[in-house]
Ligand binder design. Structure first.
Ligand code: F6R
Length: 368
């Protein structure tokens, strides 16, 4: 079932354009209106929600971190994101007007399941975002949005993460539609952008050769850093997690603005640092990240920059620039994560590791 690929992980990375299309299928009208019957909540009840809490673990948690930016921006509802195991064993403020969203590819992660049970005991409405039909978490939730990515066999989540992002965007846009916090044409424009993502992801994959070469070059690095800001921050965390779990290399992701508060002390000569650069826009995000890159480069780091293809402001500070298609800031994680997945997969296979079954890991973690 590897369809000619040597590893499931590689296959699943390349399946992402189709997976995204499948997650979107049937979830919006031609006019760009969201359809989300599976929420099983009346519009009246949806309007009563006053808080969203996303619970998840690992990569799914990072999808949740991205979702927070989008959901709060579009719906103006407070949205917290919490590691499921932390949520469960404290005393979170949850009630009947809280929507708890559990993101889980497998639907069997014990930590996430316990959080779902805890939320339901507190009378919260629980929605699962899940890839595995009929698994435990959706069965114990009030409603489920299936991601329809197809089976994910590789232990490291790739298309699972990608389609979790899509499901979260769809949810956020739907809530904005129901609550009237975004104009219909703004929602339709974002839906159109989502519809264009499979082609955009494909073009990132088509131009991936420099990333494969980079993985060969960096195979013996002891440590790699990843930086991002705004939605680029969870992408940095995900890039670091992929490298740790597959290549067994020390890797850390930081919010770029946090550098000067400590981590910049780690930067020394030749340290590889990946930086996710936000699209140029009306805010100052882009320029702030460019100055972060200048700071680390001045201290000798090798900078691998993921940025819009024609971003000339950043190019002079990049040892390697990985060019991404134009997209709005909130959706950029869907493109920026792809080279990081490929980098980790290529580097790990180059070192001779089994990327489908990394050491010490299981596909679904069914113990707390
Ligand atoms: C990392 C990875 C894990 C999972 C986490 C949650 O590549 O796969 O971090 O994301 O164990 O798993 P699910 O989504 O099945 O609940």
């Amino acid at each position: 079932q590897k369809d000619g690929y040597d590893w499931f992980m590689r296959k699943e990375i390349y399946e992402q354009p189709d997976a995204v299309a499948n997650t979107l299928l049937g979830r919006h009208s031609k006019e760009g209106k969201l359809v989300l019957d599976e929420l099983r909540m009346s519009e009246d009840d949806l309007r009563k929600i006053d808080k969203i809490i996303i619970v998840a673990c690992g990569t799914a948690f990072y999808a949740g971190l991205v979702a927070k930016y989008a959901i709060e921006h579009w719906t103006r509802l407070p949205c917290e994101v919490e590691l499921a195991h932390e949520f469960r064993y404290r005393d979170p403020i949850v009630g009947p007007t809280t929507l708890v969203v559990c993101i889980s590819q497998s639907g069997e992660t014990a930590d996430s399941l316990m959080a779902v049970r805890h939320a339901r005991e507190q009378k919260a409405r629980v929605l699962a975002i899940c890839n595995t039909n009929g698994s435990t978490i959706p069965r114990e939730s009030d409603a489920v949005i299936y991601t329809h990515a197809g089976p994910e066999i590789g232990v490291a989540s790739t298309k699972g993460f990608m389609t979790q992002l899509v499901a979260c965007y769809v949810l956020g846009l739907y809530l904005a539609q129901v609550r009237g916090t975004k104009f219909d044409d703004e929602i339709a424009a974002t839906v159109a952008e989502l519809e264009a993502m499979p082609a955009a992801i494909q073009s990132v994959l088509d131009g991936i050769e420099p990333v494969i070469k980079l993985a060969e070059e960096f195979a013996d690095e002891p440590s790699v850093l990843f930086l991002g800001r705004h939605v680029g921050y969870p992408v940095a965390l995900e890039g670091a997690l992929k490298l740790k779990e597959l290549a067994y290399i020390h890797a850390e992701g930081f919010a770029a603005g946090e550098l000067k508060h400590g981590p910049i002390a780690l930067i020394d000569d030749q340290l590889p640092v990946f930086v996710v650069v936000p699209p140029r826009g009306r805010d100052q995000l882009h320029d702030k990240v460019v100055s972060n890159i200048q700071e680390i480069r001045a201290r000798g780091a090798r900078t691998i920059v993921l940025a819009e293809a024609d971003d000339q402001a950043v190019e002079p500070y990049a040892d390697l620039m990985i060019k991404l298609p134009k997209v709005s800031t909130l959706l950029q994680p869907m493109l920026a994560v792809v080279p990081l997945q490929v980098f980790a997969c290529e580097l790990a296979t180059r070192k001779g590791h089994d990327v489908d079954q990394p050491r010490n890991l299981a596909k679904s973690v069914t113990v707390e």
